[in-house]
Design a protein around this ligand. Sequence first.
Ligand SMILES: [Zn+2]
Length: 319
Amino acid sequence: MTISHTGKYWWASILVDERIDQPAHPTARQRAGGPVGMDLGVHCLAVLSNGELIANPRHLRTAANRLAKAQRQLARTGWWILNGSGQPTQLSRRRPPRGVAYKPTTGRLKARARVSRLYAELAARRATTQHALTKHLVTNYDRIAIEDLNVAGMTCSAKGSQDAPGSNVAAKAGLNRSILDLGFGEIRRQLEYKTGWYGSQLVVADRYAPTSKMCSVCRAVKPKLSLAERTYTCNWCGTSIDRDFNAACNILSVATNANNYDACGTQESLNARPAARRASAQPVATTLDGQAIASQVTPAKQLAGHPTQTEARNYKPDT
Ligand SMILES: [Zn+2]
């Protein structure tokens, strides 16, 4: 049993060992949907290569005012300084120094609970959006192509160094917040295990493929494309389409063109990616007496009969 908590809620999750057969091949609905490419973005949460748009709910922006207010309230609360017998004697607006006995005031405890509750609600809203999107994809399409996004690289600060200061630092910080708000990494992690559950397949386009700069019609690559250009206009064939839709089409073609092998020659497009490698993404698990559980079992790993890497590589969708 695993105990975890978010905000004021405590969760007990019970691990059972049950054999669930993996679907051998995609369902009729998944085959009808066929392969789809997805471009994750800030403008729209996702743009699919069939033209479907999934709006960005911008949960952080919605919650920002309430969070800021709760944090201001927390900052106005203080601590009781305790005397030798543990009785509160004096109210302090600042955290008392080391060696002084103190405890938070009732107001501080309440304000602290309010902040953590708001963060827990934000996390729950994010999780709902991500689960709805990934489930929609894995149950409606037999093959989902995504881009291998380098989230750490994308969200690095534009601050630069003292010798070489960066440009547009504030704008990049806002973009970073938006990127992190969406949880691209979590969306990919969910696609990895859910494709296994529902019998669809995940393929990952090469990180360095020019999916934004390439024209999805004639394959010409533009040397430069700024983030502000929302419409992709091809200088060669004259195509003018939405930038993210163009990228989604490219992700689909790059990922399905058997280019999706990494340097070691192994295919990364696996339902069967070993779940253990993602164990750090799981919430911290402890036993009832507070001992950390060494080997965490992820949902994907619980599924007996998960295809091996070789099986997944030799997998051919029914046509
Ligand atoms: Zn073109």
